[in-house]
Design a protein around this ligand. Structure first.
Ligand code: ADP
Length: 639
């Protein structure tokens, strides 16, 4: 403790215990000193060494220690050194004088020491405060210097006084360039009024709530900032200027704008979607009316039927595209790659678009490489790419126009171009046509039918195949050309080529027992009617439990089962049928609106033979049924 004792007069005494201890030690030293000089002094000046001990005790231990030293010292010295040793040296009135003189000098010494201590304490406190203020200032300065925000101070006349590194970064002016300049240096012309009213409020000592505004950087760039401005006061509390913190909020502003744009595009898309889905309904309804009134007139019947077929086909394509886009945005679209020959894919795409081109009196020219070109691709998806491009070419080309599809091998790639003589695309629109929901001229395109997702799909599919797509157009009215570049697979014997379209499947024997289950009554009834027209025996059920009962009683060879059924869903029906002794070999096909991979997986687990996404192409369905039934029969026969 004594070791940590400061050398200067301490502002605070040591703890009282230590103080008393030291007082006793000092007194003992003083007595020892008096004892050493006793042979020379004799009875004289018995208390001579004590004031030093009292002063020392007052110095380190404060007044209580000093008083202790004074009393203990007096008693000991009086006993040891006054009169005959062993007495207390108190000899009548005369002895009172030295005692009083001693007491007075002790009081003076102790008072002096206490006064000095007070001074020292004040001095120490002042030093400490100054040190603290210095550290705080240094900390503040470092916060300001390293802050990402621009921190600037200005006078009440709007003259810049300080300018941190954040301000240099945000506004592009160095501190040397900015300090001394008016703050209007970074305020755009149309916001000057804002600054005047801010200065006015600052002069009144008011704080300005944080607000968002725009500032301009040295290079003329406009910066979105959030500003917090507070008055700066001098020691008397008078407002002498203002500090201002500007935070760059450009990223947030851009994100907000992007959200607004996306929201607007989404709303436009929904409006278009409603429009596009409703569009085919009018001709379908009209055609149905025609069929109703045709009264056996074969031409009228065919006309109605063709129109319905076309319009339904259009709707199915729309819905398929929508589902694909939703899969793409969730990264759930999978390619089923195999070795395919380009020409077969292209021909398939051309055939898909031929009816549209013929109706519009357009010609489709085709030029393919002499040698077969093989790709490692998903034939269905690749055909979708080209038919989408051809479909657009027909859509955006006036009647009588021309469309060309050419393919050319270039090194390890093949480049397929789809070109038209149509309305063309202006340079500013070229950049965005592959964006989701991008439709160039909304008013114009409405009449052409389109939701702005076709090219998004195309681009994504091409990229998934490791390829690229580019659009070119000389401008409005000058036609368009799309280039798809795909990597070629090194040639292998053609024998391994996979067929593009599903192989022709022999339909099974004509008459089958088929149970159709769907809670959409029209859907169930129409499918059952078609089945009956194809010569099959049918039963219909509209919910899960009814389906089980019908299956039990009717013992069908095939069940076409919707999944989302009341009472018992399709998976449950399938499981229960499969669990019966008669249900094992029934062909069970799930017909559903859900086509994700996990839906297919669930169907498989429930025991379905196939999972087909609605709306079902009847021809394809009967072919599938035929092949499944034949397969089962083959298996049963071989058992
Ligand atoms: P949409 O369903 O609107 O056709 P797409 O994604 O297929 O959507 O095309 C996006 C936009 O690109 C179209 O709305 C159209 O303005 C433009 N476009 C696409 N293909 C052509 C083309 N061959 N000629 C002119 N414009 C085209």
């Amino acid at each position: 403790m004594a070791g940590s004792m400061p050398l200067h007069l301490p502002g605070r005494p040591v703890s009282s215990g230590t103080g008393f201890l030291l007082a006793v030690v000092f007194t003992a030293v003083a007595i020892a000193a008096r004892w050493i000089v006793d042979p020379w002094l004799g009875d004289q000046s018995a208390l001579i060494t004590l004031p030093a001990a009292v002063a020392a005790a007052a110095w380190v231990g404060g007044w209580p220690a000093a008083v202790l030293a004074a009393i203990v010292g007096y008693v000991a010295c009086a006993y040891l050194f006054i009169g005959p040793s062993g007495g207390f040296g108190f000899y009548g009135i005369a002895g009172l004088f030295p005692m009083a003189a001693y007491a007075v000098s002790c009081v003076v010494i102790i008072s002096l020491a206490e006064a000095l201590r007070g001074l020292a304490a004040r001095h120490e406190r002042a030093l400490l405060d100054r040190k603290r203020a210095g550290a705080t200032r240094a900390l503040l300065a470092s916060i300001v210097a390293t802050s990402d925000d621009a921190i600037v101070s200005k006078t009440l006349d709007g003259v810049i006084q300080s300018w941190n590194a954040g301000a240099e970064r945000l506004f592009g002016y160095t501190a040397a360039e900015a300090i001394g300049q008016p703050i209007t240096l970074i305020i755009p012309q149309e916001r000057r009024q804002e600054e005047l009213s801010i200065l006015e409020r600052l002069r009144r000592g008011e704080r300005v709530d944080p607000f968002e505004t725009v500032r301009v950087a040295k290079d003329g760039r406009r910066v979105d900032v959030s500003l917090t401005i507070s008055p700066v006061r001098d020691d008397e509390g008078k407002v002498v200027g203002a500090s201002k913190i500007a935070r760059d909020i450009s990223d947030r502003k851009h994100a907000e704008q992007a959200l607004r744009d996306a929201d607007r595009r989404k709303n436009e898309f929904l409006a278009t979607l409603a429009h596009e889905l409703r569009n085919p309904l009018a001709p379908i309804r009209n055609s149905l009316e025609i069929i109703k009134r045709a009264d056996g007139d074969r031409d009228l019947l065919r006309q109605g039927r063709d129109a319905i077929e076309r319009q339904v086909g259009h709707m199915v394509r729309l819905v398929d595209d929508l589902l694909d886009v939703s899969r793409i945005t969730r990264d759930q679209l999978e390619l089923r790659r195999t070795r395919v020959e380009l020409a077969s894919v292209v021909h398939q795409a051309v055939e898909t678009c031929r009816p549209l081109a013929e109706r519009e009196n357009q010609t489709i020219g085709l030029r393919l490489p002499g040698e077969p070109v093989y790709l490692d691709a998903d034939p269905v998806r690749l055909a979708q790419v080209f038919s989408n491009l051809l479909d657009n070419a027909c859509k955006y080309t006036p009647p009588g126009g021309s469309i060309w599809l050419t393919a050319e091998a270039l090194g390890d790639d093949v480049v397929v171009s789809v070109k038209d003589s149509g309305i063309g695309i202006s340079p500013e629109e070229l950049g965005s046509i592959f964006d989701m929901f991008a439709r160039v001229d909304t008013t114009l395109e409405r009449s052409r039918g389109g939701m702005g997702i076709g090219l998004t799909l195309v681009k994504r599919l091409v990229e998934m195949h490791g390829g690229t797509i580019e659009a070119h157009s000389e401008g409005a009215g000058l036609g368009s050309e799309f280039f798809v570049r795909l990597p070629v697979r090194t040639a292998e014997p053609a024998a391994r080529e996979e067929p593009v379209a599903a192989a022709d499947i022999e339909p099974g024997p004509a008459r089958r027992r088929v149970l159709v289950v769907d809670d959409n009554v029209d859907s169930a009834d129409s499918l059952a009617t078609l089945m009956r027209l194809s010569g099959h025996e049918t039963r219909i059920a509209y919910d899960g439990e009814e389906a089980l009962a019908a299956a039990e009683e009717f013992r069908p060879e095939a069940i076409l089962l919707d999944i989302g059924l009341p009472k018992l869903h399709g998976f449950g029906v399938c499981r229960r049928v499969r669990a019966t002794p008669w249900g094992e070999d029934i062909v069970m096909v799930a017909l559903t609106g859900w086509g994700q991979d996990e839906d297919r997986q669930r169907s498989k687990e429930a025991g379905f033979d196939r999972h087909i996404v609605k709306p079902v192409d009847y021809q394809a369905l009967t072919e599938l049924l035929g092949s499944l039934l034949a397969e089962k029969e083959g298996r049963t026969a071989s058992n």
